[in-house]
Design a protein around this ligand. Structure first.
Ligand code: GDP
Ligand code: MG
Length: 823
């Protein structure tokens, strides 16, 4: 093969050497091979390359690597075949002049494709940039043509390609297909996306498709004069940070700004540009879920990803794009199994949204655009409105947005607590009835104790809160489904930035009031892994609904006249600690974390009852699973720890007294009964104190003493590890086993109020408050810790447990000690 014919790494024969001058293809592919060491200027030796060999073996940076032929063909090289004289590098590692010249020539040639809507000023840009050095070339096989012009700048040769104007890159018109093929097959080094700045909303649609294709990009904000002429203003520094590529204002008519754009092109080409980052448009949980399902199917076929990113292929397949299917068939052959999965995903999403897939994706893309523009574009006052989104003017308004948000949140919590109280009463009586019925059925005995006191009381005590949780989840689903949640995130963005978070963290944090598990999973919508960690660490302080029963219990006993106020204070304290935690992490571990992201404003949708109920159900199922597993098992364990050992020295003494009393004929029947009742009570408490859980409680008592807690409180706190609701069940078991079943619901309250410690002191409101605060702040339940480990890693899960517990202890300690001084 003649040296001039060798263009890519795949062409270099076995034993040959070459220097890499360019890596073509989309960002993901380039990133991968560059990580393997295939970077510009690097020398490669071909170890094995037979005509049908695949993969080909190379030596680069002292290590052996193999590349598929399809991958190698995307890497441009200059050959240094030692058969041709004088091109082996000398002892200093420098190349002979002729090779060096060829390398420089190739690495300093940039092909730039002009992509944009019709009439956005591409040709004007082209003419200005190229001067008169353009020439018109027709590419074979297509009716549409493109012009190529060559010019020089700062030692670079720039080939500018003026592509036909398109509004989108799909498969519906020859122009669109042409542009698409040019980008994916000719691999321009940089795509220059020209937009009409006075009409950004429509022009950016094409841009969102280029983002999906993950090409290296620069944007010319053309017709900037018209944007300004219309009285609008654009924060382009902010826009480029959010979009992840440089954007510069231009006027193609006068040539203003063009040079600046060319500078950007060179720095993007040299990977020296600071703005550039690869962003994903967030398509929402349904579509992202489908992408997540489809991607692994095509990832089995790595060769597909040489031309297109997997994510792009998955999106296109969902859109049922025939060009992509043809491409897949070429590489994989039979695609019917993939098609089956894709079709099913599509059917599900279309049913969910009630519109076809292309409309769904288009709608979300416009949501991304609206979000980006809402933060960067200031429209003039007399701007004609865009109809459906008028309501955004109120909901995301600087002044009105916040009160509206507060109102919705108030409504949500109000409904959760007051509306939930009604079915709560029904469930309570149901549980009570079931317990009595079982007791009557089974009679006295251990089995009956286990079922009634262990299982029914334990699970029943928790299941009463199901209505509250369903209502809370119903509201959260409703807010998400209408599209309001995204607006809420938008409003909160500035505030969240102040605490080192991103507006999108608001949704997971809010969900945290319901349950930490879905909240931690919801952090997936955050692009930045650091934001995700910070949010996950803050979520446990958002008081989850499982803690609510504890507050309700203590507030009603100890703060009868200020219930709402104390409850609000507890929630606020949680929020404050969450904010401080975020700030702390931001200031220490995650410094310099100031990336900007687009806050999508998805289309408003009228939620169907079916969808909202379905989403609520999905969230509730997690809660119900917890009932059936963790809470059930924990109830039984706690019951057993309390139940055994059934007797000890103390109880034996009491038992002897009981016998003596029963046979004492000097007492009247009435006196006997009172005496026996008293003895039974003291026997129960003696048994409990020496039960396994009592021993555990005594053991940890020194740790909780400084907080003013007794061993019973300490034990209940421990048991909260399984689930926070269990704290109430434990308190119930520990404080009021001496009350009969028909007093069940009121029993624990009475018991707490009547409780006296060994010195005869009651539980003070101060201790009760400290206890609530401890419960608010200390370690998350097993399910939440597991979720953190799954979504980040074990280290962070452990950190969360240690950190929250430490904070809880310190804050409760301060409250108790300072409180004692004051009261
Ligand atoms: P193309 O279809 O994208 O190639 O767009 P053209 O280059 O043909 O330009 C379309 C029209 O917009 C022409 O009349 C240009 O003179 C005009 N135009 C191009 N750039 C600008 C600009 O920056 N400002 C203004 N006001 N007009 C421009
Ligand atoms: Mg043109």
């Amino acid at each position: 093969m003649k040296e001039d014919d060798i263009k890519t790494l795949a062409d270099v024969r076995e034993g040959g050497q070459c220097v890499i001058v360019k890596v073509n293809g989309h960002g993901g592919f380039r990133h991968r091979v560059m990580e393997m060491g295939f970077v510009k200027g690097e020398r490669v030796t071909v170890l094995k390359n037979a005509p049908l060999q695949d993969p080909i073996e190379y030596k680069i940076m002292q290590s052996h690597v193999s590349l598929r032929r399809s991958e190698a063909s995307h890497i441009e090289v200059v050959a240094m075949d030692d058969v041709t004289e004088g091109i082996v590098p000398d002892s200093n590692g420098t190349f002979s002049e002729s090779v060096q010249r060829r390398i420089t020539e190739k690495t300093k040639t940039i092909t730039v494709a002009l992509v944009g809507n019709p009439n956005c000023g591409k040709t004007s840009f082209f003419n200005h940039a190229t001067g008169l050095r353009e020439h018109v070339g027709n590419y074979s096989g297509v009716t549409v043509s493109s012009k190529v012009g060559t010019f020089y700048k700062d030692g670079y040769t720039i080939n500018l390609v003026d592509l036909p104007g398109t509004y989108s890159i799909t498969e519906y018109s020859p122009e669109e297909l042409y542009v698409r093929e040019y980008i994916t097959e000719q691999h321009p080094d940089v795509v220059l996306n020209i937009v009409d700045s006075s009409n950004l909303e429509r022009n950016l649609f094409l841009t969102t498709q280029l983002i999906d294709m993950n090409v290296r990009m620069v944007m010319a904000l053309n017709m900037y004069d018209e944007l300004e002429g219309k009285g609008m203003a654009l924060d382009d520094a902010q826009l480029e940070k959010m979009l992840g590529f440089p954007c510069a204002p231009t006027n193609s008519k006068t040539g203003k700004g063009i040079d600046h754009v060319l500078d950007h092109i060179i720095s993007v080409y040299e990977e020296a540009d600071e703005v550039t980052k690869h962003i994903h448009i967030n398509y929402g949980s349904e579509v992202e879920g489908a992408i997540g399902k489809i991607k692994p199917l095509i990832m089995e076929h790595a060769e597909v990803a040489v031309d297109f990113p997997f994510r792009y292929v998955a999106i296109k397949l969902l859109e049922n794009d025939s060009v992509t299917y043809k491409h897949l068939e070429k590489h994989i052959g039979d695609v019917s199994s993939i098609r089956q999965v894709v079709d099913q995903c599509r059917t599900e999403i279309e049913a969910e949204y009630g519109e076809d897939m292309v409309s769904v994706i288009t709608g979300i893309k416009y949501g991304f655009i609206r979000g980006a523009l809402a933060e960067t574009l200031t429209k003039s006052l007399d701007d004609s409105s865009d109809g459906a989104y008028d309501v955004d003017k109120i909901l995301t308004n600087k002044w009105l947005g916040f009160p509206v948000l507060i109102f919705f949140l108030w409504l949500m919590f109000q409904a959760t607590f007051s509306l939930g109280a009604i079915p709560q009463g029904w469930i309570e009586s149901g549980v009570e009835w079931l317990g009595e019925t079982m007791r009557n059925l089974l009679g006295e005995g251990m089995l009956s104790d286990l079922i009634v006191d262990g299982i029914i009381a334990g699970v029943g005590g928790v299941i009463v809160f199901l209505p509250n949780i369903l209502i809370l989840f119903f509201f959260i689903s409703l807010l998400e489904d209408t599209g309001y949640m995204a607006r809420a995130a938008f409003i909160m963005d500035k505030l969240m930035h102040k605490m080192g978070l991103h507006g999108k963290s608001f949704i997971p944090l809010l969900t945290g009031f319901g349950c930490g598990v879905p909240a931690i999973m919801a952090t997936r919508t955050l692009e930045n892994p650091k934001d995700r960690i910070i949010t996950m660490m803050a979520i446990p302080f958002m008081s989850c609904s499982a803690r609510l029963p504890v507050y309700l219990l203590f507030v009603s006993v100890f703060f009868e006249n200020h219930q709402a106020l104390i409850l609000l204070g507890i929630y606020l304290l949680g929020i404050i600690v969450a904010v401080l935690t975020a700030l702390l992490l931001k200031k220490t571990k995650f410094k310099n974390n100031s990336e900007q992201f687009v806050m999508e404003l998805p289309p408003y949708r009228i939620p169907t009852a079916r969808n909202t109920l379905l989403h609520m159900w999905e969230k509730a199922v997690q809660y119900l699973k917890k009932m059936g597993s963790v809470i059930l098992v924990a109830s039984v364990i706690i019951w057993a720890l309390c139940y055994f050992p059934t007797h000890n020295e103390e109880t034996d003494k009491i038992d002897a007294l009981v016998e003596a009393t029963e046979s004492d004929s000097s007492l009247s029947q009435e006196e006997k009964e009172t005496k026996l009742g008293e003895l039974e009570l003291s026997r129960a408490s003696a048994q409990k104190e020496n039960s396994y859980i009592g021993q555990m409680g005594k053991f940890i008592e020194p740790v909780v003493r400084p907080l003013g807690f007794d061993w019973k409180m300490g034990v209940s706190i421990l048991t909260g590890a399984a689930a926070k609701e269990i704290i109430v069940s434990s308190l119930g078991v520990l404080y009021h086993a001496d009350l009969s079943a028909d007093e069940e619901s009121e029993g624990l309250k009475t018991a707490l109020a009547a409780h006296r410690d060994s010195d005869g002191n009651p539980i003070t409101p101060l201790v009760a408050f400290g206890f609530m605060v401890f419960v608010l702040l200390y370690y998350p339940c097993v399910a939440a810790v597991t979720a953190i480990a799954k979504e980040s890693n074990r280290k962070w899960a452990l950190f969360s447990v240690a950190y929250t517990t430490m904070v809880a202890w310190v804050v409760s300690f301060i409250i108790h000690q300072v409180g004692q001084l004051i009261f």
